[in-house]
Write a protein that binds this ligand. Sequence first.
Ligand code: GRF
Length: 215
Amino acid sequence: MSPPKKITVVVSGSGSNLQALIDAANTSRLPNVQFVRVLSDRKDAFGLQRAGKADIQTKVHSIVPYKHLPDTLEDVASSPRRKAYDADLAKMILQDQPDIVIFAGFMRIVTPSFLAPLAKAGVPIINLHPSLHGDLVGAHCIEDAWEEFRQGRREKTGVMVHYVIEEVDLGEPILQREVLIEGCGSLDELKQKIHATEHPTLVEATRLVLERQCT
Ligand code: GRF
C-alpha cells in the first residue's frame, strides 16, 4: 500500500468539521490518511481540543505578535501585517510536508504570501464554505441566506468545498451540495442543517482531491 496521505487542518472555532474528518479517517470514506497537524489562529479554538483528544499535533499561530505591523484593510494582499503572518503560516505548514491543507472553519483571508509558497510546493489548499459557488461570500453567509429566505427572496442555499485562491470563496469548486431552507423554523435550525451537510461534503471532497493526486 502507498504511504498515507498527510493532512494539515486549519481551524478557528468549534472544529465540528475537523471532527468529521477525524471520524472518517482510515475508513472507506477517507482511506489511508494521517493528520500531521491541526493549526489555529485562536488558542481557544475548541478544534484544538478535538485534535488533542485524537492525538494530533497542534500549533497556535496567533495574529497578536504581528499587531505592531501596519494593516491594510482595503488592500489585504499588500498589508505588511498579513504578509508577515501568512508567510510564517506557510512556513509552519510546509515544515510538516503535507499532501493537502484543509481550511475547516478557518476565518482568515489568505494572501499570496501564503498561497505562493504552497503552490510552489505543489500542496493544494481546500476550503469549506457555507454557500454555493458564486452565490454568497464572506463570513455571514448563513445569516444572509436566512434573512433573504425570511423576506421571500430565497428558497435554498448550500455548501461548497473549493480550492483556495486569492479571491475569497471563489476558487474552483470540488464538491457542492444544495440545502433547502424550507422546513427550518429558525436561523439555528438552518445552521444545524448546513453543518450536517458540511460534514460529509468535506470528507468526500478531501477524498476526491487525494484521489486526484494518485492518478
Ligand atoms: C462552517 O460552517 C464553515 O463552513 C465555516 O465555518 C464553520 C466552521 O464550523 N467556514 P466548525 O468549526 O467546523 O464547527
